[in-house]
Design a protein around this ligand. Sequence first.
Ligand SMILES: Nc1nc2c([nH]c(=O)n2[C@H]2C[C@H](O)[C@@H](COP(=O)(O)OP(=O)(O)OP(=O)(O)O)O2)c(=O)[nH]1
Length: 131
Amino acid sequence: MGAVSESRTVVAGAVIVNARLLLAQRAHPAELAGRWELPGGKVEPGEQDTTALVRELREELAIDVVVGDPVGADVDLGGGLVLRAYRVNVVSGTPAPLEHSALRWVDAAELHTIDLVAADRQWIPDLVALL
Ligand SMILES: Nc1nc2c([nH]c(=O)n2[C@H]2C[C@H](O)[C@@H](COP(=O)(O)OP(=O)(O)OP(=O)(O)O)O2)c(=O)[nH]1
């Protein structure tokens, strides 16, 4: 009941190691392909954000993470989607681009110049503060 009016959360993870942030290059859809994002995906109905983010990063990157604090503010993507980022710590595995075109580690300077997915640009100051 009421499903059409409820928003769906997209969770995204900020993996930071040695003052570099892990970005993933989208392979699809066409309008986002080639642009860089924080890896993650949609929270399933009834699923916790943290559970969803652990699941998504296992599926997309083959890593196990512990989810930490939120990063920045939620971003309204339109179409009933709300985007939310969390800091995550890798507990096992090495990130591999299982569902993305490529992965890249960026420092604060590179974060300003890379072609981020538009919604993620709002988090640049928050992410730079963590780098
Ligand atoms: N994962 C992720 N998605 C983002 C980011 N920024 C942003 O606008 N998006 C958008 C793109 C998509 O419209 C939506 C997430 O879709 P997705 O394709 O990653 O989700 P998913 O893995 O659950 O895939 P699916 O159910 O659609 O097949 O959020 C981001 O930083 N990370």
